[in-house]
Ligand binder design. Structure first.
Ligand code: ADP
Ligand code: DP6
Ligand code: CO
Length: 355
């Protein structure tokens, strides 16, 4: 008789918003980047992915993934790579201990929910693949470290490797051809600089026209500006950013964050055909932040945009009133502005596994 028991585990994962941006792959198959990157992991209080992974001999034989209620194609190489690596680790455990149930051979059923816009430049692929990998690792009871899981999640979506850690996180591009050293590492825990805040301006919740994956491939193929960015600009920004985080130097953190965002979007414009992720409201947000900093006489706010029009504004808690009020009044009259801004407290990764 076939065992029809359902094994299952759930987890949540946060989004992370890069302050030194990943944009470009040196190996599309292994999802290895052309440059290192740094991000801040945002609180799961407002933005998070919740994912349940289940397996059973009673399930139909194909693996399935339901995202916000819609069936997703899991045959893509990137999702397959995550499934394959996690199954291999489970198989190794089962080979060592014959009393373990044979879960690696069973079909997987993944159910995931994002409580924020998907594919709109708010890092849904980051939270999504971090949650997917950790949910399956929990289901399989793998002893893997966050770094080990980051190596797997990277293959699902590059930015996902950084969502396995809380606080301030670097993705080291690595040198190995097999990608074994292309993993996320903690730069500093959230508690090191707990006054950091991020304000999310949801300018548009619509799915972007050009996905991050295809956008960066066209950039690598066509932009010469991109070469200089990867070879000269990003290495300099990486060094400045890691130092600014260690020293809690907001002015440098902010300046590098804004110049990084601008450099990334400049390479998008230099891509042929050009990619436009920013819109008029995004540009108004940039001007509003410049005005806020000018009025303060120092840099108290930093804007950054991923591959979409939605703004993330970093600032320190003490400057909340000087940042949030003026920003809202500068933007609230504009078309496309949704009063959906949220104050997000930066914090570490909660342990929320409900096995
Ligand atoms: P974003 O800016 O939101 O990260 P991307 O273009 O990088 O946008 O990736 C969006 C894609 O990531 C989605 O179309 C979907 O394939 C995948 N994705 C998003 N959320 C999840 C999730 N919770 N689980 C699995 N895959 C997800
Ligand atoms: C602009 O990680 O979504 O947000 O690896 O192809 O899934 P894939 O791309 P993805 O790219 C993120 C790009 C970015 C910058 C960043 O998060 O570092
Ligand atoms: Co993404």
């Amino acid at each position: 008789m076939t065992d029809s028991k359902i094994y299952q585990a759930s987890t949540t994962a946060p989004v992370n918003i890069a302050v030194v941006k990943y944009w470009g792959k040196r190996d599309a198959k292994l999802n290895l980047p052309t440059n290192s990157s740094v991000s801040v992991t945002l609180s799961q209080k407002d933005l998070r992915t919740h994912t349940t992974a289940a397996c059973s001999a009673a399930f139909p034989s194909e693996d399935t993934l339901l995202l916000n209620g819609s069936p997703q194609d899991v045959s893509g190489a990137r999702t397959q790579a995550c499934f394959r690596e996690l199954r291999a680790l489970r198989s190794a455990l089962e080979a060592q201990d014959s009393s373990l149930p044979k879960l690696a051979a069973l079909p997987l059923r993944i159910v995931s929910e994002n409580n924020f816009p998907t594919a709109a430049g708010l890092a849904s692929s980051a939270a999504g693949f971090a949650a997917l990998v950790r949910a399956i690792a929990n289901l399989y009871e793998l002893p893997s470290s966050p770094t080990d899981l980051s190596r797997i999640a990277r293959q699902g979506s590059g930015s996902a490797c950084r969502s396995l850690f809380g606080g301030y996180v670097a993705w080291q591009m690595g040198n190995e051809v097999d990608g074994s050293d292309s993993v996320a590492v903690e730069v500093a825990p959230a508690s090191h600089w707990p006054t950091m805040r991020a304000l999310i301006l949801v300018v548009s919740a619509e799915k972007k026209g050009v996905s991050s994956t295809s956008g960066m491939q066209i950039t690598v193929a066509t932009s010469e500006l991109f070469q200089r960015r990867a070879e000269v600009v990003v290495p300099k920004h990486m060094e400045l950013m890691e130092k600014a985080i260690k020293e809690k130097d907001f002015e440098t953190f902010a300046k590098v964050t804004m110049m990084e965002s601008n450099s990334f979007h400049a390479t998008c414009l230099d891509t042929y055909p050009p990619i436009f992720y920013l819109n008029d409201v995004s540009r108004a947000a940039i001007r509003a932040v410049e005005d806020i900093n000018a009025a303060a006489g120092k840099t108290i706010a930093a804007y950054t945009f991923d591959a979409g029009p939605n703004a993330v504004i970093y600032f320190e808690e003490k400057d909340l009133d000087a940042v949030a009020g003026p920003l809202k009044s500068a933007l609230s009259g504009l078309d496309g502005w949704q009063a959906a801004e949220r104050e997000i407290k930066v914090q570490g990764l909660d342990k929320v596994d409900e096995r």
